[in-house]
Design a protein around this ligand. Structure first.
Ligand SMILES: CC(C)(COP(=O)(O)OP(=O)(O)OC[C@H]1O[C@@H](n2cnc3c(N)ncnc32)[C@H](O)[C@@H]1OP(=O)(O)O)[C@@H](O)C(=O)NCCC(=O)NCCS
Length: 151
């Protein structure tokens, strides 16, 4: 089951974000940043993910998957290794798309590294298509990120 994060779930949000940043090698430089967040910062983030009209966070399988969407842009899609290949990422992306659409944000965008085959497959399964926009990953000459979009 996928559902929106609740305001008071700051500790669960902190734990899954730190698991994500530890697991995903290309985000590791951000780990120290979020490890240094104060409780007040996590409380603010869970409150925003739960109640904002522009931003939302969704979790599934009792905090074994997460996605956040901010102003129509997907952030931090992650499913814990033991829960992969069961459709959870697709469900999380669909929840974010439906939520944004219900708020009049017709277009949802997401940047995915071209080497990330599972990430690309999960976006395709949720209806994302290549937009044609490509960027260089900062400080990594060999890495390109493609913007996917719905619709
Ligand atoms: C990418 C990720 C979120 C996918 O999560 P998931 O729950 O396993 O994805 P799903 O089960 O919803 O799979 C969606 C589609 O992708 C395909 N897929 C998932 N993992 C795959 C893999 N390793 N290789 C090939 N295809 C894969 C599935 O077969 C499915 O396709 P289908 O609907 O045609 O059968 C997960 O692997 C992850 O957290 N990876 C590390 C973080 C990351 O890369 N996040 C995305 C950043 S853009």
């Amino acid at each position: 089951m996928v559902r929106r994060i609740l305001s008071d779930e700051w500790a669960e949000l902190r734990d899954i974000r730190l698991r994500l940043l530890t697991d995903v090698p290309w985000r590791v430089e951000h780990l120290a940043v979020e490890q240094a967040f104060t409780q007040a910062q996590w409380e603010e983030r869970s409150r925003t993910d739960a109640t904002s009209a522009a931003r939302a966070g969704f979790v599934g399988c009792d905090w074994d998957g997460i996605v956040e969407v901010d102003d129509g842009e997907i952030e931090g899609l992650w499913v814990s290794p033991g829960h992969r290949r069961r459709g959870l990422a697709t469900e999380l992306l669909e929840a974010a798309i439906d939520w944004a659409a219900a708020r009049g944000q017709g277009r949802v965008e997401s940047w995915v590294r071209e080497q990330n085959a599972p990430g690309i497959a999960a976006h395709a399964a949720a209806g994302f298509v290549l937009s044609g926009r490509v960027q260089q990953w900062p400080d990594r000459a060999a890495w390109q990120v493609h913007m996917f979009r719905v619709p």
